[in-house]
Design a protein around this ligand. Structure first.
Ligand code: 0O2
Length: 235
């Protein structure tokens, strides 16, 4: 069963906008707040479109093969403070146009899959859809990051159809297995809770844990193949 209830759409208050656009006049702050809310609503629509596409693929696959390739789907909108930080780090202005043009990960979806094969099967079926435009792909499963992080990242555009216009929105999709998600979630928690660099010992241990989770994935993969083969022999 897909758990799609964990969407964390960060709601932003007028006070937050005040903090981030302090130099603007009252009137332009109101208008900025309105336009910011509108832009975030468009990103939420894009998240809905893409989540539906993965839910449909999961449904089709589960009918065909009697198992779900997707364990759960999570989504989030990037926090306004993180948007500001990333834009400034990359030398871009902190404006609504700049958010839309220079950030690929304002809308993020994470598709957690059962097996590594499922990641690629779902990614292939998804990018083939004619309204999806693949902008970038980073395969951190075939080429894990030096700390051991594994995931397949896709940056895509998807159209959203509003009452009087069609808008093309960018979304970052991370596909990974349950084992990869287990490691990445805990590593993220450890890294962000303590605002310090990992020591070499800790980094080495985390890397070994990532290798263990990759081994777990390939052993579970092999088990699944064996069970399927045994079932065929019995038939
Ligand atoms: P959050 O809170 O998850 O949004 P680019 O976006 O291409 O300009 P970037 O940001 O380096 O460059 O992209 P990359 O490498 O594709 O990573 C983006 C996201 O992947 C991160 O988002 C994380 O969600 C995840 N990620 C990447 N590396 C790691 C890692 O080593 N550990 C964990 N746990 N997650 C990772 P953000 O923006 O960091 O944060």
């Amino acid at each position: 069963m897909i758990n799609d209830n964990k969407n964390k759409y960060n709601s932003i208050s007028v006070e937050d906008i005040d903090d981030f656009f302090r130099s603007e006049s009252d009137r332009s702050r109101d208008s900025l707040f309105h336009n910011y809310q509108k832009l975030m609503a468009y990103y939420r629509c894009a998240i809905m479109e893409i989540s539906t596409k993965f839910n449909v693929l999961n449904e089709e696959f589960s009918l065909q093969y009697d198992r779900n390739p997707i364990s759960n789907i999570k989504s989030r909108l990037k926090k306004i403070s993180s948007m500001k930080e990333k834009l400034e780090k990359n030398g871009h202005p902190f404006t609504l146009d700049s958010i839309e043009n220079n950030l690929n990960d304002v809308a993020g979806i994470r598709v957690v899959c059962s097996f590594p094969d499922d990641v690629y099967m779902l990614a292939d079926a998804f990018v083939k859809q004619d309204d999806i435009n693949l902008i970038a792909k980073k395969d951190y499963i075939k080429n894990p990051k030096s700390n051991g992080y594994r995931s397949l990242h896709l940056i895509v555009t998807v159209p959203i159809f509003l009452a009087h216009e069609k808008r093309i929105m960018k979304v970052e999709i991370q596909l990974r297995t349950i084992a990869m998600d287990f490691w990445a979630t805990l590593e993220h928690q450890l890294r962000y809770k303590k605002n310090i660099e990992f020591t070499d010992d800790v980094a080495k241990e985390l890397f070994l844990c990532a290798e263990l989770s990759a081994e777990l994935d390939s052993r579970m993969d092999a088990l699944r193949d064996k069970i399927q083969l045994d079932a065929k022999i019995i038939e």
